[in-house]
Design a protein around this ligand. Structure first.
Ligand code: BES
Ligand code: MN
Ligand code: ZN
Length: 502
């Protein structure tokens, strides 16, 4: 799909393109609708007073051959109450627009949804959100189907109207960012949706190698395999993967975009358990197939690395895909095992299904060698987080208020919401062990917090945040698959950091 911005007039559009015009509730016309109304001698107001469209979100009315307008088709789209559209409503409007344009087989469309009195910031976000929303509605994962169910989309080109030269630069940047982020979200969704017999740790490594080839100038990758983990003393990581015949691999992606390549990097660590059966503490059968998504944290990190390179963001970022498979078997680790981690702290395994923290704690120790500016881990870590926050918000836990606030701001900007949970010391007691330094599960309630408390014992040396995306990384209700969250949030956080935008 091609996107562009243009200073356009409704009456000057080519007759081949469909025009999309906003109508607000209580019969309010957008500025373009008003123009249209004037040119057509009150055609629109007559439709409105006949009650043919009220302007409610989701409503639309397709018009053909409006008097004095060269374009054959005009799609009126309900946008709700003027000045009350939030990101969610706006995305709905865009989804409806695309569905309708698709229904009529339109190849080219000009969207007159931006008002001349909008701030530059509003223009940027409207265009960027539109691009992300368009990709979302057109997404399908059908590579394993012989008969593709979704009809192909005829739409090839979308133009956003703007009203001044100054908006041209903002619009172009919004398109560039929107496209890169939308592509990244698709990458994360595709990876998450991949079946676990194909998407294992070696598969993820082959992707990172490919990424390094594509962006030779900025990206360097390498892996830490089981042998090297052994040398480094990452015994908890090795233990988790020991029941699987698939190798455990930690893939490291180094992106250097900062003018000073020695600047301390931001480190992103993604949980990449390509299938989590629970191990010896086997999970119940219901929805066990959802545990192919237990690598969505790693998928989001991989996606963000793509976006950084695509946009050449001036930051140094290291992405780590901490991958392995948690399986039962004669070589699997057991409840009762005591593991010595790379940090020297010992962990008593009380449940082999609390495996995410065991691989993450090793990755969190490993990354100290980079002298990170900050470290963020992204993990489908606990069912308890799903109980606490449902599928609306990811859990945010951090040892640094400034970092937590930056993430909260980026989450507000992108509608990729997070909610901060505490990690105060009273919770720490819940993971004390009788036989080792730490137990891998907490006694009592607050499982999302005790899991983060576990990680916090390995992150004392740097600013750190943990995103528990167990409830948000995939959609189990409608069964539509991976959501691509929190790619939007993370890339915005990085864009903000790079000062490219705000
Ligand atoms: N990958 C799961 C977390 C999960 C469960 C995400 C359900 C989404 C839906 C994680 O490895 C896990 O199994 N966690 C256990 C921890 C428990 C044993 C302390 C959980 O949440 O049940
Ligand atoms: Mn588990
Ligand atoms: Zn897991």
């Amino acid at each position: 799909m091609e996107f562009n911005v243009k200073i356009s007039k409704v009456e000057k559009q080519r007759n081949t393109s469909a025009i999309v015009v906003a109508i607000f509730e209580s019969q309010k016309l957008s500025s373009t609708a008003e123009e249209l109304d004037k040119i057509s001698h009150g055609y629109l107001t007559s439709l409105l007073s006949d009650g043919l469209i009220e302007g409610k979100i989701g409503q639309s009315l397709l018009l053909y051959h409006i008097p004095n307008i060269p374009s054959k088709r005009i799609l009126l789209i309900g946008c709700g109450k003027k000045r009350e559209t939030d990101i969610e409503k706006y995305r709905k409007i865009i989804h409806e627009t695309i569905r309708k344009l698709n229904d009529i087989g339109s190849i080219e469309a000009v969207l007159f949804l931006l008002e001349p009195d909008m701030s530059e910031d509003k223009i940027y976000w409207s265009i960027r959100q539109a691009i992300e929303a368009i990709h979302e509605v057109l997404y399908d994962f059908d590579q394993f189907k012989i008969h593709k169910t979704k009809t192909t989309c005829a739409l090839r080109k979308i133009t956003f109207n703007i009203s001044s030269e100054r908006e041209q630069a903002i619009g172009t940047q919004a398109i560039q960012h929107g496209l890169a982020i939308a592509k990244g979200i698709k990458i994360a969704k595709d990876l998450g949706n991949m079946p676990p017999n194909i998407c294992n740790a070696s598969y993820l490594t082959s992707l990172t190698n490919h990424l390094a080839k594509t962006y030779k100038k900025y990206i360097n990758t390498y892996t830490v395999d089981e042998q090297e983990m052994n040398v480094l003393g990452m015994n908890a990581y090795i233990a988790v993967g020991s029941g699987s015949k698939n190798q455990s691999i930690m893939s490291v992606i180094e992106y250097k975009g900062h003018p000073d390549t020695d600047t301390n990097p931001i480190v992103l660590i993604g949980k990449g358990v390509t299938f989590d059966s629970g191990g010896i503490s086997l999970k119940p059968e219901k929805n066990m197939h959802h545990m192919k998504y237990d690598m969505c944290g790693a998928a989001s990190v991989y996606a963000v690395m793509n976006i950084l390179a695509d946009l050449q963001i001036p930051l140094n970022v290291i992405g780590i895909l901490a991958s392995c498979e948690n399986m039962p078997g004669s070589s699997a680790y057991r409840p009762g095992d005591i593991l010595t981690t790379m940090s020297g702290q010992t962990v008593e395994v009380l449940n082999t299904d609390a495996e995410g923290r065991l691989i993450l704690c090793e990755a969190l120790t490993y990354v100290k060698r980079f002298n990170p500016e900050i470290v963020i881990d992204i993990a489908t870590l606990t069912g308890a987080c799903v109980i606490a926050l449902g599928d609306h918000m990811s859990g945010l836990l951090s040892n640094d208020d400034l970092l937590a606030n930056e993430l909260l701001i980026a989450s507000e900007q992108t509608n990729d919401h997070v909610w901060r949970l505490p990690i105060t010391k009273e919770y720490q007691k819940q993971i004390d062990s009788n036989f080792a330094d730490i137990a891998n599960i907490g006694e009592g309630q607050a499982g999302a917090i005790t899991a983060a408390c576990f990680l916090a014992r390995f992150t004392k040396k740097y600013h750190w945040a943990h995103l528990d995306v167990a409830g948000t990384a995939w959609d189990s209700k409608k069964n539509t698959g991976a959501t691509g969250r929190p790619v939007s949030l993370l890339s915005q956080f990085l864009l903000n950091r790079s000062n490219l935008k705000e």
